[in-house]
Design a protein around this ligand. Structure first.
Ligand code: IYR
Length: 223
């Protein structure tokens, strides 16, 4: 039973440990790892529809992320309207063409070669949904937000995990610069475009790069 008390005059509720034994915890951790290890960034989408209810649930999950002073400094714009998706594709490709031709260094272009990216972004129209995540530099009433970049990064991670867990695919797309998104979507002064994610099913005969993740001993040092 949840207990409610006041501490320093603020409301608190009791928090119950799940009290799993250590084997169950390892099993849980391993199962979740296996699931996340199977996630891939997908660039070829099918037009198969996804319900608004699913998109809303995924966004609700992302919004459970911890954030600076619990301000939840994010707005998720979910777009299925074809005209808006086309407008976003056109504007994104204009920036990407300039980036690939003139803004990115040779080292950068070389680093991207194994991923097979280029300036063309058909997934922005083909995927049934786009989610454009905006960070909020302040609240609407100008009150302060804290650790906005970190908070949004964590929420984006939750969003990607929720999409994958549901059995759908996504891609973290960051056209640069991204300000056209604020214009097209008519977002208020306090919001900055943070991340653009197409969401849907992978196309039939979808291939992803055969790349490996760093082994554990390269990413962890136990002290
Ligand atoms: N934003 C460009 C380029 C790009 C940059 C990085 I770093 C990537 O990991 C992938 C792509 C694009 O979306 O093509």
């Amino acid at each position: 039973m949840t207990q409610k008390i006041l501490i320093d005059n603020f409301p608190y509720i009791s928090y119950e440990n799940k009290n799993f034994n250590s084997e169950t915890i390892l099993e849980n951790a391993s199962l979740f790892y296996d699931q996340m290890e199977a996630r891939r960034s997908v660039r070829n989408f099918s037009e198969k529809p996804v319900s608004q209810e699913v998109i809303e649930k995924i966004i609700q999950t992302a919004s459970t992320a911890p954030s600076g002073a619990h301000k939840q400094p994010w707005t998720f714009i979910a777009i299925q309207n074809h005209e808006i998706k086309s407008e976003i594709r056109k504007a994104a490709e204009k920036e990407e063409l300039e980036s690939y031709n003139n803004r990115m260094t040779d080292e950068w272009l070389n680093d991207l070669k194994p991923l097979g990216t280029d300036w063309q972004k058909p997934f922005l129209e083909v995927a049934p949904w786009l989610i454009v995540m905006f960070s909020q530099t302040t609240a609407t009433n100008k009150s302060k937000h804290y650790y906005v970049q970190e908070s949004c990064g964590i929420a984006a991670g939750f969003l990607i995990a929720a999409i994958h867990q549901a059995g759908l695919c996504t891609l973290t797309h960051t056209p640069s610069p991204m300000n056209f998104l604020k214009k097209i979507l008519n977002r208020p002064e306090n919001e900055r475009p943070y991340l653009l994610l197409p969401i849907g099913y992978a196309s039939e005969n979808c291939y992803v790069p055969d790349i490996q993740r760093k082994p554990l001993n390269e990413v962890v040092k136990i002290y």
